[in-house]
Design a protein around this ligand. Structure first.
Ligand SMILES: Cc1ncc(COP(=O)(O)O)c(C=O)c1O
Length: 439
């Protein structure tokens, strides 16, 4: 049967490959998918595809469903809201959940300053708004981000992203006044001092610190390869920003909401961000994002300068309020640390078995874990082919896995924080078997 003959309503009995063929015919190649696995339903830390095959989920939709798929409390909150109304537009006739969520986040985000929150829909939009707010507050234009950082796919967020392929290729020119400094990664020979020197060089060669509105940093680089920013580096960035009147924007879009074993990852460094961006794990799968920041800074844009038709959707607001309750009631912060410890012990055993393939494990930050695959145990010989093959084979064996990394050679593990030990061990057994078969 040719694709052209398929009716859009025809769904029963089609295989993953059928759907992949239809997708490739209907959707541009620019939006890829890691595996030709079409999900029919999901619960907790398991997915089932249209062919009835089961997968253990080590990715949570890229760090989104941190309380597990279809968490009953969050599903019930959204279902109840759906019976009342799904949209009125927060900029027209607002609703109490948007105020309650702002109050809650203002309380949760670290630091003594009074905070305010604005809601949008995606992580990239949160980044865009953080830059708008920083520019409005400082009257400056420059923004500094880091090599290997990922901040989203809209024009400004993409400009801030520090990875060319596939995010920036073919899409320039990017907005002006965006700069990049080296990110400290000891494993690749870049020290905190190198990074600070890079910033100093920027100030000497490209932009005066007095023209810089913000420095934006991920406390653990996500897409770039799961490299944690050393605590001392974040503290020195805080001091540098204070010295020059620059705002520190902490991008917690992937690290926030208990993922790293703290409610927000910047708590490890004990720093207060001027502005924090968040999304993903915020509402367990319902699209909402936020900028939370010091109240005087947040109030810089003029009335009407911030917002969006779907900004702070009531469905996202109630989902996020329920998610915050679940983090508290089910102690997901401790759960993230427990998951991290179990993964660490399994990954250490794996590394001992495959020392020339697994160059480095990164398991210091709760349930945001990774292994970097190399050749001959050499950090400068990334093994992107093995990484790709391992991910593909994992799906064939019932394990949903994600890769990342500027060099394409990192496997990242982002399971739900309440995943059971049994499922972790079952998933790790699959991973080990796949690696064994490939090397
Ligand atoms: C750290 C970070 N910032 C920003 C984004 C962009 O978020 P979104 O894809 O919701 O636009 C992401 C997404 O992966 C992210 O990990």
């Amino acid at each position: 049967m040719s694709n052209a003959n398929l009716k859009v309503t025809e769904v029963a009995g089609l295989s993953n490959n059928d759907w992949q063929a239809r997708k490739e015919d209907a959707v541009p190649r620019g939006q890829g998918n890691i595996a030709p696995v079409y999900v029919e339903r999901a619960a907790g830390s398991e997915l089932w595809d249209v062919e009835g095959r089961r997968y253990i989920d080590f990715g949570s939709g890229i760090a989104v469903c941190s309380a597990g798929h279809c968490h009953p409390k969050i599903t019930a909150a959204v279902a109840e809201q759906l019976q009342k109304f799904s949209h009125t537009c927060v900029m027209v006739t607002p609703y109490d959940s948007s105020v309650r969520l702002a109050e809650k986040l203002n309380e949760l985000v670290p630091g003594p300053s009074k905070k305010k929150s604005i809601f949008v829909t995606t992580g990239a939009e949160a980044i865009e708004n953080a830059v708008k707010i920083a520019r409005a507050h400082t009257g400056r234009r420059g923004v500094i981000a880091f090599n290997g950082g990922f901040h989203g796919r809209t024009m400004l967020a993409m400009g801030l992203t520090g990875k060319i392929t596939p995010y920036k290729n073919l899409f320039g020119p990017f907005p002006a006044e965006l700069y990049h400094a080296p990110f400290p990664i000891e494993y690749h020979g870049i020290s905190v001092e190198d990074s600070l020197k890079g910033l100093d060089n920027l100030f000497k060669a490209d932009v005066a610190p007095s023209d810089v509105a913000a420095i934006i940093v991920e406390p653990v680089q996500g897409e770039g390869g799961f490299y944690p920013a050393p605590v001392g580096f974040l503290q020195q960035l805080r001091a540098l920003c204070d010295e020059h009147g620059i705002l520190l924007v902490v991008d917690e879009i992937q690290t926030g909401f208990a993922r790293t074993g703290k409610m927000f990852c910047s708590e490890y460094a004990g720093i207060e961000a001027d502005l924090m961006t968040m999304a993903k794990g915020m509402a367990n799968g319902f699209p909402i994002a936020a900028v939370v920041g010091k109240a005087d800074i947040m109030d810089a844009p003029l009335p009407g300068g911030l917002g969006g038709t779907y900004a702070g959707s009531p469905l996202g607001c109630v989902a996020s309020l329920a998610m915050i309750d679940v983090i508290d009631e089910e102690n997901l912060v401790d759960a993230a640390n427990h998951v991290g410890k179990l993964f660490n012990s399994r990954l250490e055993t794996l590394q001992a078995k495959f020392p020339s393939n697994i160059g480095q494990l990164r398991t210091s930050h709760g349930a945001m874990m990774a292994m970097e695959l190399v050749k001959d145990g050499d950090s400068e010989q990334p093994d992107a082919e093995l990484t790709k093959a391992l991910v593909g084979r994992a799906y064939q064996n019932g394990l949903a896995l994600l890769n990342c990394g500027s060099r394409g050679n990192v496997i990242r593990f982002l399971p739900a924080l309440n995943i059971s030990d049994t499922l972790i061990n079952e998933g790790m057994d699959i991973l080990e078997k796949c690696l064994q078969e490939l090397v």
